[in-house]
Design a protein around this ligand. Structure first.
Ligand code: PMP
Length: 430
């Protein structure tokens, strides 16, 4: 073995010695990552990788504006959240200004999981009921309560008694005439069931781009009949914006806006601090007021001055660099380019998404639409070898999850499209 292989082997063993079986690494040949800038990451050998996986550093890796905001604030004040502080209040105001006027209160947390955990608690207090509805392959985070509503984290396990799942309106395998109605019908049946079993209906929690379900963005507006139904049945609509939020869909700051709905509660995370740990729950004021009467919620680090400074810089960069518009334009270019090579590769079953959040679904057979997770895995590992980072999602792991930083350019998109085209040609058909 070469010295490089030996070094990688040693690095992997070192990782396992401390982190054991819980260690999660990407790729058959994991990467020893060293630094990153813009849309590129660099390993310890100085090898460059085009990043299409990472929606945490959403305005670009190590963006100088965000780095400087964090650096400056950490040298001035970095403390818990029980003092008045202008940076924190300025951030809350800037963030709330991105929402419809009905959503006028916020709690800041450190992660998306904390945000969803808190959202469930708020919904339970507001409704006095405990039942939640989520999609079949949803992921909403890692706390005990949130794992209960994350079927993708508990494969093969029975659902907890207070949780019901519904299929996502999936226009690829089960094209229905009216996806809005079909989703609402599924949710109505789940509400009936929660009520009949005495649990009661507290809320519907969905990722508004259905990323872990396999990326389902269209048709825009399909959520509207369901949100109307949820309100008629006295439940709350909780939009998990951890994935689509902060401009990624190119259409608006928030994924729910594409559907023309206003949630009761919105949860946020990942791109919020461009890598500085941040999450949040925004909601209609009466919901938080009611919750605060019963529960003393405190988060030591959530929305501390450094987080607020990072968050402000992220909002500035999205606006000043026109990243939403870039997501829209480059996303369109990427979608068109991938559909174009789809005409040449029968393994590409579907290309779908919104803005810079695209799912490319690989199939073994276009007629039967049998999913091709092995092909997805081969392609992902081949792309890694040629310096392109990408992951997979969906119930079968057969959908490439294309989610680059929002400063991704058309030239970067072309590199990716050409690489997919070549690698798909090189992989022997099974
Ligand atoms: N919601 C969704 C839709 C997510 O994708 C994730 C993270 N993958 C979370 C919530 C949880 O966020 P965190 O890992 O920051 O706790």
């Amino acid at each position: 073995a070469s010295s490089m292989d030996t070094e990688l082997g040693e690095a992997m063993q070192r990782r396992l010695r401390s982190f054991g079986k819980a260690s999660v690494l990407f790729y058959q040949e994991p990467i020893r990552m060293e630094r990153a800038e813009g849309v590129y990451m660099f390993d310890v050998e100085g090898r460059r990788y085009l990043d299409l996986y990472n929606n945490v550093p959403s305005v670009g890796h190590s963006h100088p504006r965000v780095v400087e905001a964090i650096r400056r604030q950490v040298g001035v004040l970095n403390t818990h959240t029980r003092y008045l502080n202008d940076v924190v209040d300025a951030y809350a105001e800037r963030l709330l200004a991105t929402f419809p006027p009905e959503i006028d209160h916020v709690v800041l947390t450190c992660t998306g999981s904390e945000a969803n955990d808190l959202a469930l608690r708020i919904a339970k207090v507001a409704t006095g009921r405990a039942g939640f509805i989520v999609t079949e392959t949803a992921y909403h985070g890692n706390t005990t309560a949130v794992t209960d509503v994350s079927p993708s984290s508990r494969p093969g396990q029975p659902l907890p008694p207070h949780v019901r799942v519904v299929p996502v309106p999936e226009m690829f395998r089960n094209p229905v005439g009216d996806p809005g109605k079909s989703f609402a019908d599924s949710v109505a049946a789940a509400i009936d069931d929660l009520e009949q079993t005495g649990v009661g209906f507290a809320g519907l929690l969905v990722d508004t781009i259905f990323s872990s379900d396999g990326v389902y963005a269209d048709p825009a507006g399909f959520l509207a009949p369901t949100v109307k139904l949820v309100h008629e049945r006295q439940g709350l609509f909780i939009a998990d914006e951890v994935q689509p939020g902060f401009g990624r869909t190119g259409a608006a700051m928030w994924g729910f806006a594409r559907h023309g709905v206003v949630p009761d509660i919105v949860t946020m995370g990942k791109p919020m601090g461009n890598g500085f740990p941040m999450g949040g729950v925004a909601m209609r004021a009466p919901l938080l007021d009611r919750f605060a009467e019963e529960v003393k919620y405190f988060n030591t680090f959530g929305g501390n001055p450094v987080a607020a400074a990072a968050g402000l810089a992220v909002l500035d960069v999205i606006e000043e660099e026109g990243l939403m518009q870039n997501a829209r334009e480059v996303g369109r270019h990427l979608l068109d380019g991938l559909r174009d090579i789809g005409n040449r590769h029968i393994e590409i079953g579907d290309v779908r998404g919104a803005g810079l959040f695209i799912g490319l679904e690989l199939v073994r057979d276009r007629e039967t639409k049998e999913p091709a997770p092995e092909l997805a895995s081969q392609l992902i590992n081949r792309l890694r070898q040629r310096g392109i980072l990408i992951g997979a999602a969906g119930p079968f792991g057969s959908t490439l999850k294309i989610r680059p930083p929002l400063c991704f350019g058309k030239d970067h998109a072309d590199i990716f499209i050409a690489a997919c085209d070549e690698e798909l040609r090189a992989i022997p058909l099974a």
